[in-house]
Ligand binder design. Structure first.
Ligand SMILES: [Zn+2]
Length: 356
Protein backbone atom coordinates (compact mmCIF):
# COMPACT_ATOMS: atom_id res chain seq x y z
CA UNK A 1 0.00 0.00 0.00
CA UNK A 2 1.32 3.42 -0.84
CA UNK A 3 2.11 5.63 2.11
CA UNK A 4 -0.42 8.19 0.82
CA UNK A 5 -3.14 5.55 0.83
CA UNK A 6 -2.06 4.35 4.29
CA UNK A 7 -2.34 7.89 5.56
CA UNK A 8 -5.78 8.24 4.00
CA UNK A 9 -7.00 5.07 5.68
CA UNK A 10 -5.57 6.24 9.01
CA UNK A 11 -7.46 9.52 8.60
CA UNK A 12 -10.63 7.61 7.77
CA UNK A 13 -10.24 5.46 10.87
CA UNK A 14 -9.79 8.54 13.00
CA UNK A 15 -12.71 10.37 11.43
CA UNK A 16 -15.04 7.42 11.55
CA UNK A 17 -14.05 6.51 15.10
CA UNK A 18 -14.89 10.04 16.13
CA UNK A 19 -17.94 10.68 13.99
CA UNK A 20 -19.68 7.34 13.83
CA UNK A 21 -20.74 4.68 16.20
CA UNK A 22 -19.51 1.19 15.34
CA UNK A 23 -21.60 -0.36 12.57
CA UNK A 24 -23.35 -2.72 14.96
CA UNK A 25 -25.15 0.14 16.67
CA UNK A 26 -25.30 2.60 13.78
CA UNK A 27 -28.84 1.48 13.03
CA UNK A 28 -30.13 3.10 16.21
CA UNK A 29 -29.61 6.81 15.84
CA UNK A 30 -30.46 8.90 18.86
CA UNK A 31 -31.10 12.57 19.39
CA UNK A 32 -29.05 12.44 22.56
CA UNK A 33 -25.41 13.38 22.40
CA UNK A 34 -23.30 10.27 22.01
CA UNK A 35 -22.66 8.53 25.28
CA UNK A 36 -19.07 8.46 26.49
CA UNK A 37 -17.32 5.39 25.16
CA UNK A 38 -16.72 3.95 28.61
CA UNK A 39 -20.40 4.12 29.60
CA UNK A 40 -21.45 0.48 28.98
CA UNK A 41 -18.66 -0.86 31.19
CA UNK A 42 -19.90 -3.08 34.02
CA UNK A 43 -19.82 -1.23 37.34
CA UNK A 44 -17.56 -3.86 38.92
CA UNK A 45 -14.72 -2.85 36.65
CA UNK A 46 -13.44 0.50 37.83
CA UNK A 47 -13.35 2.41 34.61
CA UNK A 48 -10.30 4.55 34.13
CA UNK A 49 -10.98 8.13 33.18
CA UNK A 50 -9.24 7.63 29.85
CA UNK A 51 -10.24 4.17 28.69
CA UNK A 52 -7.62 2.05 26.99
CA UNK A 53 -10.53 0.46 25.17
CA UNK A 54 -9.71 -1.29 21.89
CA UNK A 55 -11.23 0.27 18.78
CA UNK A 56 -14.23 -1.60 17.41
CA UNK A 57 -13.66 -4.01 14.50
CA UNK A 58 -15.78 -2.06 12.02
CA UNK A 59 -16.41 1.63 11.45
CA UNK A 60 -18.97 2.72 8.98
CA UNK A 61 -20.04 5.94 7.29
CA UNK A 62 -22.23 6.56 4.25
CA UNK A 63 -19.21 6.22 1.99
CA UNK A 64 -16.89 3.73 3.64
CA UNK A 65 -16.65 0.75 5.90
CA UNK A 66 -13.26 0.57 7.56
CA UNK A 67 -12.58 -2.92 8.85
CA UNK A 68 -9.76 -4.53 10.73
CA UNK A 69 -8.66 -7.37 8.48
CA UNK A 70 -8.54 -10.90 9.80
CA UNK A 71 -5.76 -13.30 8.83
CA UNK A 72 -5.77 -14.35 5.17
CA UNK A 73 -8.22 -11.64 4.22
CA UNK A 74 -8.54 -10.87 0.51
CA UNK A 75 -10.34 -8.15 -1.39
CA UNK A 76 -12.82 -10.84 -2.52
CA UNK A 77 -13.68 -11.99 1.00
CA UNK A 78 -14.07 -8.40 2.20
CA UNK A 79 -16.21 -7.46 -0.81
CA UNK A 80 -18.42 -10.50 -0.25
CA UNK A 81 -18.86 -9.64 3.44
CA UNK A 82 -19.25 -5.87 3.26
CA UNK A 83 -20.51 -5.16 -0.27
CA UNK A 84 -22.52 -8.36 -0.72
CA UNK A 85 -20.65 -9.19 -3.94
CA UNK A 86 -17.18 -10.71 -4.29
CA UNK A 87 -17.17 -9.29 -7.83
CA UNK A 88 -16.77 -5.83 -6.34
CA UNK A 89 -13.33 -6.74 -4.99
CA UNK A 90 -11.81 -4.31 -7.50
CA UNK A 91 -13.28 -1.41 -5.51
CA UNK A 92 -11.25 -2.40 -2.45
CA UNK A 93 -8.15 -3.29 -4.47
CA UNK A 94 -8.22 -0.03 -6.37
CA UNK A 95 -8.87 2.10 -3.30
CA UNK A 96 -6.29 0.36 -1.15
CA UNK A 97 -3.76 -0.38 -3.89
CA UNK A 98 -3.43 -3.95 -2.59
CA UNK A 99 -5.06 -7.33 -3.14
CA UNK A 100 -4.38 -9.09 0.18
CA UNK A 101 -4.26 -7.78 3.71
CA UNK A 102 -2.51 -8.78 6.92
CA UNK A 103 -4.35 -9.50 10.16
CA UNK A 104 -4.98 -6.31 12.09
CA UNK A 105 -4.58 -4.03 9.08
CA UNK A 106 -7.19 -1.31 8.60
CA UNK A 107 -8.87 -1.71 5.25
CA UNK A 108 -11.18 0.90 3.75
CA UNK A 109 -14.06 -0.62 1.79
CA UNK A 110 -15.68 2.05 -0.43
CA UNK A 111 -19.46 1.63 -0.42
CA UNK A 112 -20.04 3.74 -3.51
CA UNK A 113 -18.06 5.18 -6.44
CA UNK A 114 -15.45 7.68 -5.27
CA UNK A 115 -14.15 8.79 -8.66
CA UNK A 116 -16.60 8.41 -11.57
CA UNK A 117 -14.42 10.09 -14.17
CA UNK A 118 -11.12 8.54 -13.17
CA UNK A 119 -9.57 12.01 -13.04
CA UNK A 120 -6.83 12.50 -10.44
CA UNK A 121 -4.31 15.24 -9.73
CA UNK A 122 -1.66 13.37 -11.70
CA UNK A 123 -3.74 12.49 -14.74
CA UNK A 124 -6.81 10.51 -15.72
CA UNK A 125 -8.00 6.98 -16.37
CA UNK A 126 -8.11 5.72 -19.95
CA UNK A 127 -9.73 2.47 -21.02
CA UNK A 128 -8.39 0.29 -23.83
CA UNK A 129 -10.90 -1.45 -26.09
CA UNK A 130 -9.17 -4.28 -27.92
CA UNK A 131 -10.35 -5.31 -31.37
CA UNK A 132 -9.84 -8.87 -32.60
CA UNK A 133 -11.03 -10.48 -35.82
CA UNK A 134 -10.41 -14.11 -36.66
CA UNK A 135 -8.56 -16.90 -34.84
CA UNK A 136 -7.15 -20.21 -36.06
CA UNK A 137 -4.71 -22.98 -35.19
CA UNK A 138 -2.01 -21.02 -37.03
CA UNK A 139 -1.96 -17.31 -37.70
CA UNK A 140 -2.70 -16.13 -41.25
CA UNK A 141 -2.33 -12.54 -42.35
CA UNK A 142 -2.55 -9.69 -39.84
CA UNK A 143 -6.09 -10.28 -38.67
CA UNK A 144 -6.14 -14.03 -38.07
CA UNK A 145 -4.31 -14.78 -34.82
CA UNK A 146 -3.04 -18.16 -33.69
CA UNK A 147 -5.22 -19.48 -30.87
CA UNK A 148 -2.22 -19.99 -28.58
CA UNK A 149 -1.16 -16.37 -29.11
CA UNK A 150 -4.63 -15.18 -28.17
CA UNK A 151 -4.63 -17.42 -25.10
CA UNK A 152 -1.23 -16.04 -24.06
CA UNK A 153 -2.61 -12.50 -24.30
CA UNK A 154 -5.69 -13.34 -22.22
CA UNK A 155 -3.59 -15.04 -19.53
CA UNK A 156 -1.34 -11.99 -19.52
CA UNK A 157 -4.36 -9.76 -18.82
CA UNK A 158 -5.37 -12.01 -15.93
CA UNK A 159 -1.87 -12.28 -14.47
CA UNK A 160 -1.33 -8.52 -14.65
CA UNK A 161 -4.56 -7.74 -12.82
CA UNK A 162 -6.51 -6.28 -15.74
CA UNK A 163 -10.29 -6.38 -15.29
CA UNK A 164 -12.25 -7.20 -18.41
CA UNK A 165 -15.46 -5.18 -18.32
CA UNK A 166 -18.37 -5.26 -20.73
CA UNK A 167 -18.96 -2.73 -23.45
CA UNK A 168 -22.17 -1.76 -21.65
CA UNK A 169 -20.13 -0.98 -18.52
CA UNK A 170 -17.75 1.13 -20.59
CA UNK A 171 -20.67 3.09 -22.06
CA UNK A 172 -22.13 3.62 -18.58
CA UNK A 173 -18.75 5.04 -17.58
CA UNK A 174 -18.73 7.32 -20.64
CA UNK A 175 -22.11 8.60 -19.44
CA UNK A 176 -20.47 9.16 -16.02
CA UNK A 177 -22.95 6.81 -14.40
CA UNK A 178 -20.52 4.16 -13.24
CA UNK A 179 -16.95 3.90 -12.01
CA UNK A 180 -14.71 1.36 -13.72
CA UNK A 181 -11.85 -0.65 -12.27
CA UNK A 182 -8.54 1.14 -12.59
CA UNK A 183 -7.23 -1.51 -14.97
CA UNK A 184 -10.43 -1.95 -16.97
CA UNK A 185 -10.14 -3.31 -20.50
CA UNK A 186 -12.82 -4.26 -23.05
CA UNK A 187 -12.60 -7.14 -25.55
CA UNK A 188 -14.34 -7.00 -28.93
CA UNK A 189 -14.38 -9.39 -31.91
CA UNK A 190 -15.40 -8.13 -35.35
CA UNK A 191 -17.29 -9.72 -38.24
CA UNK A 192 -18.76 -12.89 -36.68
CA UNK A 193 -16.29 -15.71 -37.31
CA UNK A 194 -17.12 -19.22 -36.18
CA UNK A 195 -13.57 -19.52 -34.84
CA UNK A 196 -14.66 -17.38 -31.90
CA UNK A 197 -16.64 -20.36 -30.65
CA UNK A 198 -13.75 -22.79 -31.00
CA UNK A 199 -10.73 -20.71 -29.99
CA UNK A 200 -11.81 -17.66 -27.97
CA UNK A 201 -14.83 -18.94 -26.08
CA UNK A 202 -13.08 -21.65 -23.98
CA UNK A 203 -10.32 -19.27 -22.83
CA UNK A 204 -12.71 -16.42 -22.08
CA UNK A 205 -15.00 -18.78 -20.16
CA UNK A 206 -12.14 -20.19 -18.12
CA UNK A 207 -10.85 -16.75 -17.18
CA UNK A 208 -14.30 -15.28 -16.56
CA UNK A 209 -13.87 -12.62 -19.28
CA UNK A 210 -16.77 -11.05 -21.14
CA UNK A 211 -16.60 -9.92 -24.76
CA UNK A 212 -18.62 -8.19 -27.45
CA UNK A 213 -19.03 -9.60 -30.96
CA UNK A 214 -19.69 -7.05 -33.70
CA UNK A 215 -21.33 -8.92 -36.59
CA UNK A 216 -22.33 -7.67 -40.04
CA UNK A 217 -25.64 -9.21 -40.74
CA UNK A 218 -25.07 -10.33 -44.36
CA UNK A 219 -22.32 -12.60 -43.02
CA UNK A 220 -24.34 -14.21 -40.24
CA UNK A 221 -24.98 -17.83 -41.23
CA UNK A 222 -23.32 -17.23 -44.63
CA UNK A 223 -21.01 -20.22 -44.76
CA UNK A 224 -19.03 -22.61 -42.64
CA UNK A 225 -16.72 -19.93 -41.24
CA UNK A 226 -19.54 -17.68 -40.07
CA UNK A 227 -21.50 -17.78 -36.83
CA UNK A 228 -25.22 -18.39 -37.34
CA UNK A 229 -28.08 -16.63 -35.56
CA UNK A 230 -28.47 -19.78 -33.45
CA UNK A 231 -24.78 -19.58 -32.49
CA UNK A 232 -25.23 -15.91 -31.59
CA UNK A 233 -28.35 -16.66 -29.58
CA UNK A 234 -26.45 -19.31 -27.61
CA UNK A 235 -23.51 -16.99 -27.00
CA UNK A 236 -25.86 -14.21 -25.90
CA UNK A 237 -27.53 -16.60 -23.45
CA UNK A 238 -24.09 -17.26 -21.97
CA UNK A 239 -23.47 -13.59 -21.36
CA UNK A 240 -21.57 -12.61 -24.51
CA UNK A 241 -22.67 -9.35 -26.02
CA UNK A 242 -23.68 -9.26 -29.70
CA UNK A 243 -23.72 -5.91 -31.51
CA UNK A 244 -23.94 -4.45 -35.01
CA UNK A 245 -21.18 -4.04 -37.61
CA UNK A 246 -23.46 -2.86 -40.49
CA UNK A 247 -25.30 -4.98 -43.07
CA UNK A 248 -22.72 -5.51 -45.84
CA UNK A 249 -19.45 -4.33 -44.23
CA UNK A 250 -19.26 -1.49 -46.77
CA UNK A 251 -17.54 1.80 -45.99
CA UNK A 252 -20.32 3.89 -44.39
CA UNK A 253 -18.91 7.22 -45.52
CA UNK A 254 -20.58 8.88 -48.44
CA UNK A 255 -18.99 8.03 -51.80
CA UNK A 256 -18.11 10.95 -54.10
CA UNK A 257 -20.60 9.80 -56.75
CA UNK A 258 -23.49 9.26 -54.32
CA UNK A 259 -26.48 11.66 -54.29
CA UNK A 260 -28.16 12.62 -51.01
CA UNK A 261 -31.01 10.27 -51.75
CA UNK A 262 -28.76 7.37 -52.71
CA UNK A 263 -26.61 7.84 -49.62
CA UNK A 264 -29.61 8.08 -47.30
CA UNK A 265 -31.08 4.90 -48.78
CA UNK A 266 -27.80 2.99 -48.47
CA UNK A 267 -27.24 4.08 -44.88
CA UNK A 268 -30.82 3.16 -43.97
CA UNK A 269 -30.05 -0.37 -45.13
CA UNK A 270 -26.58 -0.54 -43.55
CA UNK A 271 -27.71 0.75 -40.17
CA UNK A 272 -31.38 -0.24 -40.15
CA UNK A 273 -31.14 -3.87 -41.25
CA UNK A 274 -29.03 -4.94 -38.22
CA UNK A 275 -31.59 -3.33 -35.91
CA UNK A 276 -34.43 -5.30 -37.52
CA UNK A 277 -32.54 -8.60 -37.62
CA UNK A 278 -31.31 -8.30 -34.04
CA UNK A 279 -34.88 -7.68 -32.95
CA UNK A 280 -36.12 -10.71 -34.87
CA UNK A 281 -33.39 -13.18 -33.86
CA UNK A 282 -32.19 -11.97 -30.47
CA UNK A 283 -35.32 -10.19 -29.26
CA UNK A 284 -33.60 -6.82 -28.88
CA UNK A 285 -32.02 -4.09 -30.94
CA UNK A 286 -28.29 -3.41 -31.13
CA UNK A 287 -27.43 -0.13 -29.39
CA UNK A 288 -23.72 -0.29 -30.29
CA UNK A 289 -22.09 -0.15 -33.72
CA UNK A 290 -18.58 -0.88 -34.96
CA UNK A 291 -17.84 1.07 -38.15
CA UNK A 292 -16.59 -1.21 -40.96
CA UNK A 293 -12.82 -0.59 -41.25
CA UNK A 294 -13.33 1.87 -38.39
CA UNK A 295 -14.20 4.54 -40.97
CA UNK A 296 -16.46 7.42 -40.02
CA UNK A 297 -16.86 11.09 -40.94
CA UNK A 298 -18.93 14.06 -39.80
CA UNK A 299 -21.77 13.38 -42.27
CA UNK A 300 -22.24 9.85 -40.93
CA UNK A 301 -22.48 10.72 -37.23
CA UNK A 302 -26.03 12.24 -37.28
CA UNK A 303 -27.29 9.24 -39.25
CA UNK A 304 -25.86 6.85 -36.68
CA UNK A 305 -27.57 8.85 -33.94
CA UNK A 306 -30.89 9.02 -35.83
CA UNK A 307 -30.97 5.24 -36.11
CA UNK A 308 -30.76 5.03 -32.33
CA UNK A 309 -27.21 3.79 -31.83
CA UNK A 310 -25.91 5.13 -28.52
CA UNK A 311 -22.22 4.31 -28.96
CA UNK A 312 -20.05 3.54 -31.97
CA UNK A 313 -16.51 2.32 -32.35
CA UNK A 314 -13.56 3.13 -34.61
CA UNK A 315 -10.19 1.42 -34.89
CA UNK A 316 -8.07 4.39 -33.92
CA UNK A 317 -5.32 2.91 -31.75
CA UNK A 318 -5.81 4.71 -28.47
CA UNK A 319 -7.30 4.12 -25.03
CA UNK A 320 -10.36 6.21 -24.11
CA UNK A 321 -10.77 8.94 -21.53
CA UNK A 322 -14.25 9.42 -20.04
CA UNK A 323 -14.68 12.44 -22.33
CA UNK A 324 -14.31 10.56 -25.65
CA UNK A 325 -17.27 11.21 -28.01
CA UNK A 326 -19.72 8.33 -27.69
CA UNK A 327 -19.96 7.82 -31.45
CA UNK A 328 -16.18 7.77 -31.92
CA UNK A 329 -14.86 5.50 -29.21
CA UNK A 330 -11.37 4.23 -30.04
CA UNK A 331 -10.31 0.62 -30.35
CA UNK A 332 -6.89 -0.94 -30.79
CA UNK A 333 -6.65 -3.73 -33.36
CA UNK A 334 -4.53 -6.66 -32.27
CA UNK A 335 -2.43 -8.05 -35.12
CA UNK A 336 -0.90 -11.48 -35.48
CA UNK A 337 2.63 -10.13 -35.79
CA UNK A 338 2.52 -8.46 -32.37
CA UNK A 339 4.81 -9.83 -29.69
CA UNK A 340 3.44 -9.98 -26.16
CA UNK A 341 5.38 -6.78 -25.38
CA UNK A 342 3.79 -5.06 -28.38
CA UNK A 343 0.37 -6.34 -27.32
CA UNK A 344 0.96 -4.86 -23.86
CA UNK A 345 1.56 -1.42 -25.39
CA UNK A 346 -2.16 -1.34 -26.20
CA UNK A 347 -3.08 -1.64 -22.52
CA UNK A 348 -2.56 1.93 -21.32
CA UNK A 349 -4.96 2.60 -18.47
CA UNK A 350 -3.74 5.97 -17.21
CA UNK A 351 -2.75 9.18 -18.93
CA UNK A 352 -0.12 11.03 -16.91
CA UNK A 353 -0.71 14.75 -16.85
CA UNK A 354 -0.31 17.28 -14.06
CA UNK A 355 -3.86 18.55 -13.60
CA UNK A 356 -3.22 20.61 -10.48
ZN1 LIG B 1 -15.08 -5.84 -39.82
Amino acid sequence: MSSRRALLVAVLVTLLAGACAPATVSQTPTAEPPAPKAAPRPPAAPAPAVAAEPLPDVFESDDFVVVVARGGETAESLAARHLGDAGKAWMIEDFMGARTFTAGQHVAVPKRPWNLTGVEAGGYQIVPVLCYHNLGVESKGRLLLAARQFEEQMRYLKAEGYRVVSLADLVQWLHLRQQLPRKAVVLTFDDGYKAFREHAYPVLKELGFSATLFVYTDYVGAGRNALSWDDLKTLAAEGFDIQAHSKTHGDLRRAAAETDVQYARRIDAELGEPLRLFQRHLGRRSPFLAYPYGRVDDALLPKVREHGYVAAFTVRRESNGAFVPLLQVHRSQIYSEMTLAEFAKNLNVFHDEDLR
